[in-house]
Design a protein. Structure first.
Length: 159
C-alpha cells in the first residue's frame, strides 16, 4: 500500500499578475472594471471552495482506504488462525482451489458456448437473456465466491 498523504501535501498556490513587477495591485493609472473585479472575486471564491471540497474528499478517501486495509488484514488473520487450528487446511485448501479453478473455467467455457450459439436470440429476446442469467448467473457468482475464499485459505500462510 502507498503511504497515506495528508491534505496539506496537496496545497498549491497560483499567483497571477499582469504587472511586469509581479505585484497584484493594479499598475498606476490602470482602472479595473468593477464587473470584472466581481467576476474574478467569484471565481477565486469558487476555487477556494473547490479546493476545500477536494481536501475533504481526500480525507474521506484516506479513511476508506484505511478501513479497507484493516478489513483485509482482519480477514487474513482469520484465515491464518483457521490454518493453525485445523491441521492440513492449507494443503487441502490448495487442492480444493485447483478443483474450483477448473470448475469455474468449465462453467465460463459453457457460458461462452451458450452466448456464441444464441447470439441473435440474446440480442433480440429478453426471455433468452433472462434464461441465460437464470442458468449461469447465480451459479457462476457462487462458484467464483467459493473459489476466492478457498484461494485466500490456500495462500493465507504465504504472506
Amino acid at each position: 500500500m502507498t503511504e497515506a498523504r495528508q491534505p496539506t501535501d496537496y496545497f498549491c498556490s497560483i499567483q497571477v499578475s499582469a504587472n511586469p513587477d509581479g505585484s497584484t495591485a493594479p499598475a498606476a493609472g490602470t482602472a479595473i472594471d468593477p464587473q470584472i473585479a466581481e467576476i474574478l472575486k467569484l471565481i477565486a471564491d469558487q476555487n477556494r471552495e473547490m479546493i476545500q471540497l477536494s481536501r475533504r474528499q481526500l480525507e474521506v478517501s484516506q479513511r476508506m482506504e484505511e478501513r479497507y486495509v484493516q478489513q483485509i488484514h482482519a480477514q487474513r488473520d482469520e484465515f491464518v488462525k483457521w490454518i493453525h487450528e485445523i491441521p492440513g487446511l492449507s494443503a487441502r485448501g490448495k487442492r480444493a482451489t485447483e478443483a474450483m479453478r477448473e470448475l469455474l473455467g468449465k462453467l465460463i467455457d459453457d457460458l461462452v458456448d451458450h452466448v456464441e450459439d444464441n447470439k441473435e436470440n440474446l440480442e433480440e429476446s429478453e426471455f433468452a437473456r433472462n434464461d441465460m442469467v437464470d442458468r449461469y448467473g447465480q451459479l457462476l457468482n457462487h462458484v467464483s465466491s467459493i473459489y476466492g475464499m478457498l484461494k485466500r485459505v490456500a495462500t493465507a500462510d504465504e504472506g
